[in-house]
Design a protein around this ligand. Structure first.
Ligand code: NAG
Ligand code: NAG
Ligand code: NAG
Ligand code: NAG
Length: 304
């Protein structure tokens, strides 16, 4: 009896040891103000409202933001973030935002436009010397990268901008029981989830009000130890770039953990606000002003 109990205790403690073999890291940026652990370069800056702006809508911009401590990503990680890509009316929006995992925070070699500030022309063919994993929200169609036709897509990139997996920007609606397409350039906040476990990488996107879809948009076998020589020292963060096509590209909230169970949840009521109203809000504002004007005139006429 005692040895039977001891055996169970031993097995369960081994299980605990194997579970805790990866050093756990969990963090959340509810606002990007007063955050010591943030590395920013080039166009990236934190706006007074607490939103992280990776690029503004000038041409050929690049911006990066990293959690500035190296992490051990030997078995799993999960991240959930909210971003927004805001284009000006009548101007082509581009190019996109990528979540990146990299052994270095130095992307000074990277190019803007379709390279998204992650890659450069020399990495067009997957090169063993470039070690980077990117999940791209791409708003421009690049036929030479085997992007799917139509600008608006999500892709997984390994060491090269030629995606290993790609799908049109959409999400599985658990209410409608079907795929719903999404316009990445609507200017509205977009939620993104990236989960890595058991050498599978899953990616989902959804509008702000929708909970995490039960079916991922992309699910692709990825082994971080095949991509990186040392999985004990990796940085996680974001890149964004513009070209001739431009948009303001923001990260509004970011949660990350090496253990999915510890990932902090999003409280949409506390989300930092974008610096100016997006298209639909402007239309609503205009409607209110007109309505107010009409009511004022009617009121004045009655008084007179
Ligand atoms: C965009 O950012 C760049 C680099 O930070 C700056 O030089 C440029 O003036 C900005 N453009 C606008 C329209 O604010
Ligand atoms: C990825 O998605 C598949 C299919 O839904 C699921 O079986 C698997 O558990 C998911 N893995 C992660 C790490 O989310
Ligand atoms: C929904 O989208 C996913 C990912 O693109 C695809 O694999 C799946 O077949 C689609 N399902 C339907 C019902 O269209
Ligand atoms: C991997 O990175 C860790 C943490 O910086 C370091 O201790 C270890 O020596 C590195 N291993 C190799 C093989 O470079």
């Amino acid at each position: 009896m005692a040895s039977w109990l001891l055996q169970i205790l031993l097995i369960s403690s081994f299980h605990l040891i194997s579970l805790s073999s990866q050093k756990e890291t969990t963090f959340v940026f509810e606002s990007f103000l007063d955050q010591e652990d943030l590395y920013l370069d080039a166009s990236a800056k934190v706006l007074p409202g607490g939103v992280l702006q990776l690029t503004n809508n000038s041409k050929y911009q690049i911006g990066h933001a990293f959690y500035d401590k190296p992490l051990e990503l030997s078995s799993s990680f999960s991240t959930h973030f909210v971003c927004a890509l805001v284009k000006k009316p009548k101007i082509e929006g581009g190019h996109g935002i990528a979540f990146i995992v990299s052994p270095s925070m130095d992307f000074s070699h990277a190019q803007p436009t379709r390279y998204l500030g992650v890659f450069d022309a020399s990495t067009l063919e997957s090169s063993p010397s470039s070690h980077v994993l990117a999940v791209e929200l791409d708003t421009i169609w690049n036929p030479e990268f085997k992007d799917i036709k139509g600008s608006n897509h999500v892709g997984i990139d390994v060491n090269s901008p030629v995606s290993v997996a790609v799908a049109p920007a959409s999400y599985y609606s658990d209410i409608e029981k079907k795929n719903e397409s999404m316009n990445l350039l609507s200017g509205k906040p977009v939620q993104v989830w990236v989960d890595y476990e058991d050498t599978m990488l899953n990616v989902s996107i959804a509008p702000l009000k929708v909970k995490k879809p039960s079916r991922p948009l992309l699910s692709h076998p990825i082994d971080l130890s095949d991509i990186f020589p040392n999985i004990s020292k990796l940085y996680v963060g974001f890149s964004a770039a513009t070209g001739n096509a431009v948009s303001d590209q923001y990260i509004m909230w970011w949660s990350f953990s090496t253990d999915r169970r510890s990932l902090q949840r999003l409280d949409t009521s506390r989300l930092a606000e974008l610096p100016y109203p997006t298209g639909t809000d402007k239309k609503l504002l205009a409607l209110f002003i007109i309505l107010f004007g009409v009511l004022a005139i009617v009121g004045l006429t009655i008084i007179a």
